[in-house]
Design a protein. Structure first.
Length: 418
């Protein structure tokens, strides 16, 4: 049985144990996919006799499907495809999402109505156990594949600079937590992005790639398999006059002076080497400079000083003109980047409520058209904004999504373009 909303022909279906349909009493279903988090959500039941309080205990497994019963292609859909040739399209619903219950909550309404709200997590966490293990053979890439397999992932995309580095008894990799947290921890340490998605079949796919590739076509197309759709970008438009106004409300920010175009310093690992980058805003222009460690090494050697202390003082200095040592300032240890301008598209993030869309999944690349400021209506490898999270929410008001977006540098601090 499917619960269908006349508002927009959206529907959802919830089954327990493969055949027990419990859709009828569902008040609201919320499902969130987010980079760096397990798939999670909540489901609320009308529960006057506390039936669902007994049916859902911690660890009970169930399956969700959702989307639209009838959503025919319109002329606007065709026009969107012309505007954005790589527009993700092709599915009206999602199926096969296997989850397990966690932390049920029993609610007593002031109107005399009982409801039960059940939290849930994706099936990748169902058999995830904490263990102490030392990887001292194989490569970094095989460790990732092994850990993904333990989580039930059957299809992989593993692509990062050091994946072929060998592990030895002298240079092993220690695991002391659950598999998902382990992969999340080392993804941050190695400046990578780690994601898991659920295929329509119920099987899992996993992605562990260099962070600067998070919004690349290869990654977005791979993760879009979770929806069963075709394409790798999503066009968002707003207001009267838009071809397909799918934005209901929201905001987008340019974080000047934070991760955007202003004074800041970042530390990245590029090709296995630490790179310190300082960006300086002066008179409307941006200068990107790189720390020259050889300058510090030479300076320390000539004066018999500790290289590490000088390096620390340079990195932690609050100003580019700060005095680090006698007659030397921070700027004396930096050299200008060999590019005419700083990377574009830095420092953007946003959140929106949008019309429900089953094709939305992390880390889909986002395009912004009609109704958006010219500054974000850009495209190209130096300006990529992608989907960091999407919440699919279905209730009596219909199907809506809440999404958060960001560019690569805001999300990861990487200065390497995809």
């Amino acid at each position: 049985m499917y619960a269908t909303f006349d508002t927009d022909s959206s529907f959802f279906n919830v089954t327990v144990g493969g055949d027990t349909d419990i859709t009828t009493d569902v008040i609201e279903l919320s499902i969130t996919e987010e980079i760096g988090q397990l798939l999670h959500g909540n489901i609320t039941f009308f529960d006057p006799a506390w039936y669902y309080s007994k049916l859902f205990n911690d660890g009970n497994k169930f399956t969700c499907s959702w989307g639209y019963k009838n959503k025919n292609q319109t002329i606007n859909d065709i026009l969107v495809k012309i505007k954005n040739p790589e527009e993700v399209q092709g599915v009206n619903f999602r199926t096969g999402l296997n989850v397990f219950a966690s932390n049920p909550k029993y609610n007593f309404g002031n109107n005399g109505v009982n409801t039960t709200t059940v939290g849930f997590y994706g099936s990748e966490a169902a058999d995830d156990t904490r263990e102490m293990f030392i990887y001292n053979s194989g490569t970094k890439g095989t460790v990732i594949q092994n850990e993904l397999s333990k989580l039930g992932v059957t299809s992989f995309l593993i692509k990062f600079d050091t994946q072929n580095d060998k592990l030895t008894t002298k240079g092993g990799l220690v695991k002391y937590e659950k598999g998902y947290k382990f992969l999340l921890r080392i993804s941050k340490e190695w400046q990578c992005t780690f994601m898991i998605g659920s295929l329509p079949s119920g099987n899992l796919i996993g992605c562990f790639v260099q962070s600067n590739l998070a919004a690349s076509k290869e990654v977005t197309e791979f993760m879009s398999k979770a929806t069963g759709s075709v394409g790798n970008t999503k066009l968002f438009e707003y207001g009267i006059g838009a071809t397909y106004p799918n934005i209901i409300s929201g905001n987008i920010e340019h974080h000047i002076g934070e991760n955007g175009q202003g004074d800041n310093v970042s530390i990245s690992i590029i090709n296995g080497k630490q790179v310190v980058t300082r960006r300086v805003a002066q008179q409307g222009t941006i200068t990107t400079l790189r720390l020259d460690e050889d300058k510090i090494r030479k300076f320390a050697s000539e004066r018999g000083e500790d290289f590490n202390i000088i390096m620390k003082n340079v990195i932690q200095a609050s100003s580019f003109d700060s005095q680090v040592y006698q007659d030397k300032k921070v700027k004396d240890f930096f050299t200008a980047e060999k590019v005419e301008t700083a990377p574009q598209g830095l420092g953007y993030s946003g959140s929106f409520e949008v019309i429900g869309d089953p094709t939305l999944c992390i880390p889909l690349e986002c395009k912004f058209g009609y109704g958006f400021p010219p500054a974000v209506q850009k495209s190209g490898d130096d300006f990529k904004i992608f989907l960091k999270s999407v919440e699919h929410r279905l209730n009596s008001e219909g199907y809506r999504c809440t999404i958060s977006v960001a560019d690569i540098i805001t999300a990861y601090g990487s200065y390497v373009n995809a």
